[in-house]
Design a protein around this ligand. Structure first.
Ligand SMILES: *Cc1c(COP(=O)(O)O)cnc(C)c1O
Length: 334
């Protein structure tokens, strides 16, 4: 499947372009979307690029009732020479929309085109079983820096009661239902003055798993630690990039459980150097404060640490083509 063989129906009413300094995250969409339908038993139809617009769904479509829906998220970056490249495409899936809407890829520092593939069950049937009909579509949104002001450290609420995902469940994939399960807790944390939630494991409520919708890293002494992928944690592509780069730098990197108590103890001992989250949207997000039932813990004096800064710089240098792509993570689409 190459872009040239795809049926492309261009819009006759292009949208006004937002100002690049006011992009924010997820507020705007581009002119087109990709749609492709699956109907059992025939299988997938042809992908099409069509003007962006509402979907028509049967009210009984099972995605609307039972959450049979999945998504992904990746970014396309404008290179210094003007070309456009997707980051680690092979680890996502091959796409064609980015070429059609390449003029929508912003050029200002820290901006990108966020690409959102989605699959939803569309069969009109009220029974609970895998649907026989699906719609796959891709939309794209020009975005600014996830946190306005660059690597702004975030304040995180440590959640000890409700859980995001449980081992044996669907936490390891980007299933829409996981996010439904996290929204109320996230909102409660915001009411308390925190930006995101630190999720603990669902069984013992002892081990740190993810931060918001990001994977988690902590640096204690000389060890850089991230929780292992045990079924309840998403295997983030940014997490994998951090692991590759940190190992190349010769850092002592381990994938092992991190107990909340270990973080609190290390903080007391003065060995907790940094905590940060990572994901496609924010790249790296330094954690300045962990608030929990019994108090609050300020990390690195409330500032982004040197390791988080250096990883952010290194990953974004690769993404924007400011340094050689030695890992082969970019796919040029223009
Ligand atoms: C998307 C996501 C991540 C980050 O994954 P990337 O592939 O790096 O974008 C981490 N945790 C959760 C729960 C996610 O949804």
């Amino acid at each position: 499947m190459t872009p040239t063989t795809i049926d492309i129906r261009r819009t006759t009413t292009p949208r006004p372009r937002p100002n690049e300094s006011e992009l924010g995250f997820g507020k705007y969409v581009t002119d087109h979307m990709v749609v492709m339908e699956y109907v059992a038993p025939q299988g997938w139809g042809e992908p099409k690029v069509v003007p962006y617009g509402p979907l028509s769904l049967d009210p009984a479509a099972s995605a609307l009732h039972y959450g049979q829906a999945m998504f992904d998220g990746m970014k396309a970056f404008r290179q210094q020479d003007g070309r456009v490249a997707l980051f680690r495409l092979d680890d996502h899936v091959r796409r064609a929309l980015v070429s059609t809407d390449k003029d929508w890829v912003p050029s200002s520092p820290a901006t990108a085109l966020y690409v959102r593939p989605v699959i939803i069950a569309t069969e009109a049937f009220l029974g609970v079983r895998p649907a026989g009909r699906y719609l796959f579509y891709i939309i794209a949104s020009p975005v600014g820096a996830y946190y306005a002001g660059g690597l702004k450290p975030v304040k995180i609420w440590v959640e000890t009661e409700s859980v995001r995902a449980v081992r044996g469940g669907i936490g390891a994939v980007k299933a829409a239902a996981n996010y439904a399960a996290s929204i109320k807790t996230g909102e409660d944390a915001r009411q308390r003055g925190y930006d995101q939630v630190l999720w603990l494991d669902a069984v013992e409520h002892r081990y740190a798993e993810e931060v918001g919708t990001m994977n988690l890293f902590a640096q204690i002494g000389d060890e850089l630690i991230t929780p292992p992928l045990g079924g309840s944690i998403l295997a983030g592509i940014t997490r994998d990039s951090v692991l590759r780069i940190a190992r190349d730098w010769g850092l002592n990197v381990t994938e092992r459980p991190i107990a909340l108590n270990e973080l609190l103890e290390a903080s007391k001992q003065g060995t907790l150097r940094e905590v940060f989250g990572c994901g496609t949207a924010a790249v790296i997000s330094a954690v300045a404060e962990l608030g929990h039932k019994d108090g609050r813990l300020v990390i690195n004096g409330g500032a982004a640490g040197p390791l988080a800064e250096k990883l952010y710089q290194t990953i974004t240098d690769i993404q924007y083509g400011r340094v050689a792509d030695k890992y082969g993570w970019l796919t040029y689409v223009s």
